[in-house]
Design a protein around this ligand. Sequence first.
Ligand code: SF4
Length: 79
Amino acid sequence: MPRVIQGKRSMSGKLKIHVDQDKCQGHARCKALAPELFELDEFGNAHEAGDGSVPADLEDKAWLAKSNCPEIAIEITEV
Ligand code: SF4
């Protein structure tokens, strides 16, 4: 079972991001901060790119996007 990480930086494991569509309001801050990790639909709502896997060199951007989402819509899990 993937573990949801609440605002704490993980030191090991691979990270996955997920955008909660019920919370996302389409501010696109995540896309501006981490364009490699997010895609926007025609309404401007964000989705994780691909299966949400975060390459090791983009982990900082994933945390940055999560901490800047005003709707707390971005989940980061360690898989
Ligand atoms: S910053 Fe948050 S609310 Fe805005 S588009 Fe990204 S996930 Fe959605």
